[in-house]
Ligand binder design. Structure first.
Ligand SMILES: [Zn+2]
Length: 342
């Protein structure tokens, strides 16, 4: 199994986020990556491979050019315009009937952001590009014959849409990998983070060749609230290539695995030639941003059922905030994917 990780993510350390009205330290922290790295090492998952910089052309296939320019340039522009040096975090969001575009950096932040949990600091762009490069390199390795890769992306990506950041996400790593893999044939993205992968769904909504399947907390009670319902099936040519499986809070291993089988059946029916696994671990019992009750063993079982698809798999790290269990849970999933028993 190829492993992709680096230390450039440490350039992305936002000072705070707003969470249900409170200004708090971000749950999405550099410590998460350190914990995962230590667990990979201890478990013997050490087959590290070099990361190739992702091309602008590959990014432009899933993100709008003006959004990429925004991410690359907003921090200094924001500071020069009088924004707080701590982070780019808008005061106003361009929602529904207020969408007149502005060139003022203080306004642009609200145009390209859908919530208050994706602050941009000086190193966010470099860290995001690095995470995207891991995903792209892993996808190219899969095209070249590698059966299994794990990209320890940070920041995560599944909430980032074609032209919006939010939910700790800036560039959509999983969408990038899926788009690259789609050169070879139909592809599936299976999103197992507890939060719906709204960005990935939006990016592929009108594409028939990329099936997006997500198991997540029901949006009636779970972030991101406004998307992820079971009646969203895709649009235009992509109709039928989106499958949302919203689940009630409290979901246990048995219930979850029953729905994983539904997801895998859809992936088989799609004729997927490769799988991108958007791997969030905030479904774990006791995750501070979660609501499900999965055990570590469940991740091994998920991995093992995905392995039975018998197609190349690229695992992209998404969420997971129960820090004491995060490392073990990542290893548990990888054990299932590799068929390794301990
Ligand atoms: Zn999440």
């Amino acid at each position: 199994m190829n492993i992709y990780r680096s230390t450039l993510h440490t350039l992305h350390v936002p000072p705070h986020e707003f969470y249900d009205g409170a200004l708090i330290p971000p749950y999405e922290s550099a410590a998460r990556a350190d914990i995962i790295d230590a667990a990979l090492l201890a478990a013997g998952y050490t087959d590290e491979h070099a990361i190739e910089p992702v091309s602008r052309a590959a990014l432009e296939r899933i993100h709008r050019p003006d959004y990429l320019d925004y991410l690359a340039s907003i921090y200094p522009a924001w500071c020069a315009a009088g924004g707080a040096i701590e982070a780019v975090l808008p005061s106003t969001l361009a929602v529904r009937w207020m969408q007149h575009r502005s060139t003022n950096p203080l306004a642009l932040a609200g145009y390209y952001t859908f919530d208050l949990s994706a602050p941009i600091v000086a190193g966010t762009w470099i860290a995001s590009l690095d995470a995207a490069s891991m995903a792209a390199t892993a996808a190219h390795a899969a095209l070249a014959g590698t059966l299994l890769s794990y990209a320890r992306c940070r920041p995560p990506g599944h909430h980032a849409g074609s032209d919006m950041c939010g939910g700790y996400c800036y560039l959509n790593n999983a969408a990038l990998a899926a788009d690259i893999l789609s050169q070879r044939g139909p592809v599936a993205v299976l999103d197992i983070d507890i939060h719906h992968g709204n960005g990935t769904q939006q990016i592929f909504a009108d594409r028939a060749d990329v099936l997006f399947v997500s198991l997540h907390g029901h949006p009636d009670v779970c972030y991101p609230y406004f998307m992820g319902f079971a009646d969203e099936h895709g649009v235009a040519a992509g109709k039928g290539a989106t499958l949302n499986i919203p689940l009630a809070f409290g979901c246990d291993d048995a219930t979850y695995l029953r729905h994983i089988d539904v997801a895998l059946a859809a992936i088989r029916a799609h004729g997927a030639t490769a799988l991108v696994l958007s791997a969030g671990f905030d479904t774990y019992a006791g995750d501070p941003l979660g609501g499900f009750a999965l055990t570590s063993q469940c991740y091994t079982e998920i991995g093992s059922r995905c392995r039975a698809l018998d197609i190349p798999i690229v695992v992209i790290q998404e969420g997971g905030y129960a820090l004491t269990a995060l490392g073990d849970n990542v290893v548990a999933l990888l054990d299932g994917l590799t068929g390794r028993s301990r």
